[in-house]
Structure formats: C-alpha cells, structure tokens
Ligand binder design. Sequence first.
Ligand code: LLP
Length: 420
Amino acid sequence: MYKLNGSVTDETDFFKGNDVYDLIAAYGSPLYVYNEGIIRKRCRELKGLVSYPDFLVQYSAKANTGLAFLQIVKSEGLHVDAMSPGEIYAELEAGFKPEDIFMITNNVSEDEMRFAIDRNILICVDSTEQLRQYGRLNPGSSVAIRFNGGIGAGHHEKVVTAGKKTKFGVNPEYIPEVKKILSEYGLKLAGIQQHIGSLFMDSEPYINGSQAILDIAKQFDDLGFIDFGGGFGIPYKKLSGQPRLDLRECGKRLDEVFYGFAKDYGKKLTFRIEPGRYISAESSVLLTDVHCTKYNGPHKFAGTDIGFNVLVRPAMYDSHHDIEVYTRENRSAKEEEITIVGNICESGDIIAKDRLLPEIKAGDILGILDAGAYGHSMSSNYNNRLRPAEVLIRENGQVVLTRRRDTLEQLLENYIKLDI
Ligand code: LLP
C-alpha cells in the first residue's frame, strides 16, 4: 500500500506493518481498526495527570463500549462509569468489579436503578425526584448526586451538559430539599458529580467549572469524593497542525484545585475525572473502500461505505475527522477539493465536505482518523446496513478480531413475522 497524505499513522506506527488492503480483504469494509498501545498510553497519561494521591480516573464507557476495549482499560487499572444496564452488563463481562463501576443516571426507570442496586453498584442520580425514587428502592444506603453548577462547555451545543438550558443535574437551589430527602431515607451522600460538556482543548473551562461544583461540595460535610466529569479533548485537526491539550498544565492547575480544596474541607476526599474521548478517540482508524467517484456540476464526490450509520459524528455535529488516502499504486499526490460521502439514502450522509485531499479514485482506501470515540458505539443498522467489524492491533503487531460484523440474520432476529 502507498499513502498519499498525512503522517499521523506513520508517526504513531498505527498499523504496525499491517497493510490496510490486507485488513479489508480479511475483515471487510468498513472496518474499525484499533491500536492497543494507544489505548494504554492514553490511560496512563490520565492516571498520571496529577500528583494529588486520592485521584481516580473513571473511563466514560459511552465513548466506546467494546468488550476488548473495556478489558484493556480495566487492565490499566481505571474505573469506569455506566449510563445504562447495558453498559454495566458489558463492564462486568469485561472484568470490572461492582466497586469499580459508577452508574451516572439520567431519567432511569425503577427497574434500571434496581439493576445497579442488585449488583452493589453506586448510583448517581440527577434530579430530586430520582433521589426519592432511589431512597424508596434502597433506603439506608449510599448514593451520589449529579449537580448542575451552571457552567457548560463543549464542541457543539448538543454536547454541552450544564447550564440552565440542559436537562442534566440538580440545580444547587434545591440543596435544602436534597438534604431533606437524604435524611428522610437515611441515605449517605457518598459523593457529588458534574459533567460540564464534551471536548475542551484548553483547561480553562474545566478549571472554572470545577469552582462551581466545589462551592456545592462545601455545603455537604462528609463527602467521600467529588467527580469533575469528562470532556478532555483530542486534536481532530492534526493534519493542519492542531496542538494537543496541554495535560501538564491541566494537571498542575487541577492539583492546585485539589490540594487547596482538600485543605479547606478538612477531610481526606477523592477527586475523580471521567474521560471518554481522550482515552478512546485516537486509538481507532476507520477504514473504508472507495466504490466510485463522480461529479455533480463542479462538485466531486467520493462514494464510500461509511454511511452515518457507521460514523454519525460528521452528520450529527458537523464534526471534522482527518482523512488519510491509501492506494495500491504509487501516484502523484495532486490535491483537489472533494466531498466524501457514504451509502445511506440521505443527502446529509457526508463524512467530509469540500475537503482538500489528494486525488481519490475508486479502489483506494480511506482512513478516517480519531474514530475510536463515539464511532462504533453510536453506529446503527439504519438502511438495514450491517455494523462493521472491529479489529485490534496488539502491541506485538498481531491483528485480532474483537467484534464480528453484523449478519443479515441478526438484522431480523428480533422481528416476529405476521401469520398472513
Ligand atoms: N461523563 C458524563 C456524565 C458524560 O455524559 C460524558 C459524555 C462523559 C463523562 C465523557 O465525556 P468525554 O470525555 O468523552 O468528552 N457523542 C458526542 C459526545 C457526547 C458526550 C456525552 N457525554 C461526540 O461524538 O462528540
């Protein structure tokens, strides 16, 4: 294979000598390819983020719920969050212990709460009504509460999760009611949580947001932990030289916040963070076959098999993913403007609009970079398409299949035919 542009996968030795044409021949297109070493590296970077000793990194599993992915994160000693019984189920299967799992709920049913309670998993509720519901189901136990400190941030309005316009968290004005409910049901408040939103490239909003949750924390005497949520960003525009989040500076500022607060609080408490994207995004390149190219007027299109059922981020948030072009023959890399599209019957089915890339031809393979977060986990069977396989490149370069591609039979297995 030849590569016409970009140096990202070379710099990280992403494919470890494996040829993308061989990978597609063996596992089909499209294909999520993961690099184990990158997953481990990101876990270790965040574990070492601060010097404050009582610090816990909980991987936010919604970014990538693959079993092998979870197993790797577990083996790095991280804890994990869960949004649903389905995530808990996968996490327990991957080897996490109930005490490693923190269920952060949003509008859950009694049955869903009971699922976690029955498995001794700590639950974080995000409304006073859900706190009551929890109290009725599990009086005399420990619980955590998600607060909405009023400061939100994120790469798109759809991923800002604090502030008055969002559905998340308990507004601090309800703290007196919270205290009443806690005492009514004999509940102990184990910790409090916030998540201001997804993707910051500069630690400022995260640090500012932390003040809001700390002000709330001061109003409770005996907290075991404060969870600051996720949001740590990755540079999606590496090909244009976008710098990384400065983790050293972020860690230094967080240390100041942690040590400062713990001293004033007068009690040892644990600080938690909850990154999803930072740990998973850069660990995957999504490969796709180019099936055809064509012009509509002056606009050139390359048609691939990555519909928004495979990677929804560009269609849903206008997200940018860098693209590398791989070819069988060594061609000159003349650049042109091209729109990369999928195979779904909607005109919004676009992966990259008017992108300047080396000339692309049918038979080329494209690598969509940074696809490991909110890629496969948000994929669907829309248009009755099969969700792709996932493979992992181990640290020794060996390729293993970690998820089979869906089958046609699976598409129909839950349907019940009429007797007509
Ligand atoms: N904690 C909670 C409670 C969350 O809701 C989230 C993400 C995280 C942690 C992890 O955030 P991260 O570190 O990954 O930014 N689908 C969108 C992102 C949605 C994030 C939802 N919540 C995307 O593809 O950009």
